[in-house]
Design a protein around this ligand. Structure first.
Ligand SMILES: [Zn+2]
Length: 257
């Protein structure tokens, strides 16, 4: 085993591996807006988002930020909680998602790209949507939402050179920490792209947890929390199905990836 391999192995053990039975349900959103064109299916209409939050409540669930969920897991109190996340940090999260979340007494984690504050989703081919500016990120935090990092520029972390990995992971934590005036706990891998080196970098940079998308079963853990996509087509019945089939879904995705 190489020195890097050994490092990966020992850090992975320190990073809180999770058996499938302890994996919490975490929803992955991007934007909440009525949009004409959405080839990557990133947006949910505000009315649909509201109905999805109502569906969670009717299932006896409370939507929470991932920091809150991780604390509850550590204390053995995660029952009845569902994690809610937004990647990229679109302005429409502040405008349209926040009022609904607040109405239900829910919180969420919003993962921000530290080097693109006030910019747009230039990395996507397709429609351009505005990203939160620094003052708007603070506004979300003041309203009770958790701010996490989604990297510095939005690149795939798997296979990235060490210097670039450092900039994306530790660099974004430093600059968001400065912006928020407190340490940033969470990271979400852009495109869900990660490998053992990336997970170690996230852990070593001081993050407390990280969200992936599809996670191989052997990698399930606090530094690779799997998430399920929620889209415009997800009505109340499909939200209930996600709830009851979640672990089977995570296992199936994890075995395939
Ligand atoms: Zn993203």
């Amino acid at each position: 085993m190489t020195a890097l391999g050994r490092h990966a192995r020992s850090s992975a053990e320190a990073m809180g591996r999770l058996g499938l039975g302890r994996v919490p349900m975490i929803l992955m959103y991007h934007g909440v807006a009525e949009v004409a064109e959405d080839p990557n299916q990133l947006c949910v209409a505000p009315s649909r988002f509201g109905a999805q939050m109502t569906a969670l409540r009717r299932l006896g669930l409370r939507g929470v930020a991932i920091g809150t969920l991780v604390d509850a897991m550590r204390a053995g109190r995660q029952r009845g909680l569902v994690g809610i996340t937004f990647d990229d940090g679109y302005v429409n999260v502040l405008e349209a998602a926040l009022p609904e979340l607040t109405r239900h007494g829910f919180t969420a984690s919003v993962f921000i790209i530290s080097g693109r504050l006030g910019g747009t989703n230039e990395w996507d081919e397709g429609p351009s949507w505005p990203l939160l500016a620094a003052s708007q990120v603070r506004e979300l935090a003041a309203a009770g939402m958790e701010i996490g990092s989604h990297g510095t520029t939005h690149v795939r972390l798997a296979g990235l050179k060490p210097g670039e990995l450092e900039t994306e992971v530790a660099g974004s934590r430093a600059s968001l920490g400065e912006l928020m005036g407190k340490p940033v706990r969470g990271f979400a891998y852009p495109y869900g792209s990660m490998d053992a080196t990336a997970r170690c970098a996230v852990h070593d940079a001081g993050y407390d947890y990280a969200c992936a998308v599809e996670t191989p079963m052997s990698d399930l853990g606090i530094m690779a929390l799997p998430r399920v996509y929620v889209g415009q087509q997800d009505g109340a019945a499909r939200m209930a199905a996600k709830r009851f089939l979640y672990r089977g879904y995570i296992a199936a995705k994890g075995i395939r990836s």
